[in-house]
Design a protein around this ligand. Structure first.
Ligand code: IMP
Length: 197
């Protein structure tokens, strides 16, 4: 079964491809006239609403093209920091591009603790239905930026299910086995029909 992933983030495409290929699904980035479409992310909503909005936008783009019957995957994710009331949450992309990782580290205080979690929701459109899978990865914000792998907040996030390294210090296979995205994609894949190989 072939899935088109509506995202501009190539890291997400390779993570999803790695996870779903083990389960028998092929994943490719959705390209319209050779380009990843720029999908608008409604900023004030939860990640579920953002994922649904991305599916709707992608469906409009493929309507009337040869991709109209394709299975489409959309995903939304974010970093939720306990002591900041869940910030940056749905604003994660914006925060990453503005104050960045150093800005997040500056917001941490010894009194409030460093607990945080990544959350992801994967939405798959297939034959007029949308299936959802959720994934959470709990952990802590590190003291320092560390690691060059992954993307986004990986170099400042130490998952509980790891060995003390940040996600930025893990291979993508290690990260995917415990990540929010890995869990969300596994959950949604279980709802789809078993792929015919
Ligand atoms: P979006 O799902 O593309 O809106 O991603 C939101 C933002 O959350 C990204 O720009 C990253 O800052 C952050 N994020 C989501 N997933 C990850 C991850 O697996 N590692 C690191 N940062 C992530």
């Amino acid at each position: 079964m072939h899935i088109l992933f509506a995202t501009g983030n190539k890291h997400k495409v390779s993570e999803a491809s790695e996870i779903l290929s083990h389960l028998g699904y092929g994943v490719e980035q959705l390209l319209i006239r050779g380009k990843a479409p720029e999908l608008i992310e409604p900023q004030a909503e939860g990640i579920e609403e953002v994922a649904i909005s991305k599916i709707k936008q992608a469906r409009e783009l493929v309507m009337g093209t040869e991709l109209e019957g394709s299975i489409i995957l959309a995903e939304d994710s974010g970093l939720f920091i306990d002591s900041l009331g869940g910030f940056p949450g749905p604003y994660s992309s914006y925060v990453e591009n503005t104050i960045g990782l150093p800005g997040i580290l500056q917001l941490m205080t010894p009194e409030t603790g460093r607990r945080a979690e990544f959350r992801a929701i994967a939405a798959v459109y297939i034959d007029g239905n949308i299936f959802f899978g959720n994934g959470i990865c709990e952990g802590e914000i590190s003291e320092e930026i560390s690691g060059e792998m992954g993307f986004g907040f990986d170099p400042i996030f130490i998952p509980d299910d790891g060995d003390g390294r940040t996600c930025g210090e893990m291979s993508s296979m290690e990260k995917s086995s415990i990540s929010h995205r890995g869990r969300a994609l596994k959950a949604v894949s279980e709802l789809l029909n078993p792929p015919s190989k």
